[in-house]
Design a binder for this molecule. Structure first.
Ligand code: C2E
Ligand code: MG
Ligand code: MG
Ligand code: MG
Length: 272
């Protein structure tokens, strides 16, 4: 314990806390400026149909193009944005950028569905449904081509309220998917009641399917369950041919991962 070591330890402890808090404040301020200065960029990663090998969708993934540090991972700044509430304007910015890009692809004859991640704070925001509706209208992007990704833990925090919110989003005509599936605690009873279209199997399970019998069984069970519930399924984090072969063998319909392409700027996306 901090106090057990005497006054000095206590002092160091509070200094540490202060430094962490200061770093966080600095990051928050920098992130706020980044949003104003347009330093955020959206990269897109292919989702591929196992049957045809064609790209059927892309996932929009935000990055921060920091003037000094270069591309900063969302793993570093999305949690801060989430804690400070900045995720609300940031998330709205990403959605608009992704819908605009989706519209550009459509105009150039590419029918790509675009998936956008929503954080739990966005999901709890009263304004979310209006924001999505207005963004679709403003960008003239068809709702049926937009998928909103929510993590399993986001929707399982208050599952009954989540069902209602998911229903309101569905009513806009968008698709919904459960991200990082398998890492949360959905009960089968709830899964049936969530009005979602797709399960994305978390990449931690896919990572070990070649070596780990348990993970193989889990992934196979999710694929079977998704089929029974008439849900689409996407395996995340597919990096090599052995993983792909197994997923193909068990009838997993779609894959996403470095094997098919890393997230890249829109103009570097490979042709379908
Ligand atoms: P996620 O939504 O589960 O996105 C998939 C992550 O896995 C991405 O990381 C992607 O680059 C990475 N990935 C894809 N294929 C592979 C692979 O084969 N191997 C490995 N090792 N990784 C792979 P990224 O872009 O760093 O994003 C991390 C997380 O940050 C996302 O996880 C999502 O939770 C969050 N995030 C990203 N963009 C946004 C956003 O616009 N809004 C919100 N709320 N969260 C976002
Ligand atoms: Mg995602
Ligand atoms: Mg995921
Ligand atoms: Mg993830």
């Amino acid at each position: 314990e901090a106090k057990a070591g005497g006054r000095n330890t206590y002092r160091f402890y509070t200094e540490e806390l202060t430094r962490a808090a200061q770093e966080r404040l600095a990051l928050e301020a920098a992130l706020r400026r980044a949003l104003e200065r347009n330093e955020l960029v959206v990269h897109y990663q292919p989702v591929v149909s196992v049957a045809t090998g064609h790209m059927i969708a892309v996932e929009a993934l935000v990055r921060w193009n920091h003037p000094q540090e270069g591309l900063v991972s969302p793993l570093r700044f999305v949690p801060v944005a989430e804690d400070t509430g900045l995720i609300i304007p940031l998330g709205a910015w990403v959605l608009r950028a992704a819908c605009r890009q989706g519209r550009r692809w459509l105009d150039s004859g590419r029918l790509l569905s675009v998936a956008v991640n929503l954080s739990s704070r966005q999901f709890a925001d009263d304004n979310l449904v209006d924001m999505v509706r207005e963004t679709l209208a403003e960008t003239d992007f068809p709702a049926r081509l937009l998928t909103l990704e929510l993590t399993e833990s986001t929707i399982m925090t208050r599952p009954d309220q989540a069902i209602e919110m998911l229903g309101r989003l569905k009513a806009l005509g968008v698709k919904l998917s459960i991200d990082d599936f398998g890492t949360g605690y959905s009960s089968l009873a709830y899964l049936k009641r969530f009005p979602v279209d797709t399960l994305k199997i978390d990449r931690s399970f896919v990572a070990d399917i070649v070596d780990d019998e348990d993970d193989r069984m889990i992934v196979a069970a999710v694929v079977v369950m998704a089929r029974q519930l008439r849900l689409n399924v996407i395996a995340e984090g597919v990096e090599n041919a052995d993983q792909f072969d197994y997923l193909n063998r068990i009838g997993c319909a779609a894959c996403q991962g470095y094997l098919f392409g890393k997230p890249v700027p829109a103009d570097e996306l490979p042709p379908d």
